[in-house]
Design a protein around this ligand. Structure first.
Ligand SMILES: NC(=O)c1ccc[n+]([C@@H]2O[C@H](COP(=O)([O-])OP(=O)(O)OC[C@H]3O[C@@H](n4cnc5c(N)ncnc54)[C@H](OP(=O)(O)O)[C@@H]3O)[C@@H](O)[C@H]2O)c1
Length: 284
């Protein structure tokens, strides 16, 4: 497993398991246990995924020492606010069955996220988060954050795969030493992406799957990747990317696949209303 050192000195694995839409507790527990058995040490959940309790149970049952695991969760938009954010933080810790997370993210840049960030900052000194960061922030959000933050974001978790490469974020991340993390890192395994001729040729050359080539590209370009899977075969496959390397020319050929279309279909005020309406429902 390769790791990256965050801007506060904390080490983070470059590859982990995401559990978005893994809503049944038994599926989530099985996936996390399988991943930990396979050598994963980074698990990515969120309050709004409804499966923090299942993640916590899987970690407890795994026998892997808590301090070996890098656990990320996220505060949902409805819980943004000076008073509400610390309460939501405590609720996440309780569901996860732990007294700290390795990384706490603000899930979306909507609502009063500046108040939520100010509420997160003391959590590092308090020992409840080893690092704090953001998700789905674009350069103007990061600039606004920089204007008032006393702790720079350690991580920005964003949508990224070979067709949506997000080069516009590079300068803002570099300014704060923010490590980028890719959600939907294999493009939800869309048939179009998995059959892309450039990627298929590289997979054939290295005797790897297209998913492995994409994940290798993510890690080699500095992005932490958190593919979701509930399949034991895919979980094992996705971590087997540290025994080969893409050349500079091959990285450049994947760079050429970028279609440059980020996903922000609705105006921000409308999205803000919509995401605030989504309740944090714990199904597990
Ligand atoms: N911050 C945010 O706003 C945000 C948004 C979305 C996601 N995320 C995080 O990012 C994680 C990953 O994103 P995602 O789940 O949307 O998309 P993804 O990881 O790109 O794709 C997941 C899909 O790919 C399949 N898959 C996994 N490994 C495969 C392989 N080796 N070969 C073929 N198919 C494979 C999975 O099916 P199987 O289960 O059958 O393997 C699943 O259908 C989430 O779980 C979540 O933790 C964050």
């Amino acid at each position: 497993m390769e790791t990256v050192t965050l801007n506060n000195g904390v080490e983070m694995p470059m590859l982990g398991l995401g559990v978005y839409r893994v809503t049944r507790a038994e599926d989530c527990i099985r996936a996390v246990r399988t991943a930990l058995d396979a050598g994963y040490r980074l698990i990515d959940t969120a309050a709004v995924y409804g499966n923090e309790s299942a993640v916590g149970r899987a970690i407890a049952e795994s026998g892997v020492p808590r301090e070996e695991i890098f656990l990320t969760t996220k505060i949902w938009v409805r819980d943004f606010g000076a008073t509400r954010t610390p309460v939501a933080f405590s609720e996440s810790l309780e569901r996860l069955g732990t007294d700290y997370v390795d990384l706490m993210l603000l899930h979306q840049p909507y609502g009063d996220w500046p108040a939520a960030w100010r509420a997160l900052e003391p959590e590092v000194a308090a020992g409840r988060a080893r690092a704090i960061g953001v998700s789905n922030f674009i350069p103007s959000d990061l600039e606004r954050l920089r204007s008032f933050a006393s702790v720079p974001p350690a991580v920005n978790q964003v949508e990224r795969h070979p067709y949506i490469q997000r080069p516009e974020l590079d300068a803002a991340h570099a300014a704060d030493g923010t490590v980028p993390e890719a959600w939907e890192p294999i493009g939800k395994a869309s048939p179009e992406l998995l059959r892309d001729p450039v990627l298929v040729a590289l997979a054939d050359k290295y005797g790897k799957s297209v998913a492995q080539v994409i994940l290798r590209w993510q890690v080699q370009s500095g992005y932490v990747a958190i593919p979701k899977s509930t399949s034991a075969g895919h979980i094992a496959e996705n971590i087997a990317i540290f025994d080969f390397a893409l050349s500079d020319e091959e990285m450049a050929s994947i760079a050429g696949l970028d279609r440059g279309r980020g996903r922000r279909p609705l105006p921000r005020w409308l999205m803000g209303l919509a995401v605030r309406a989504i309740p944090v429902r714990q199904t597990t």
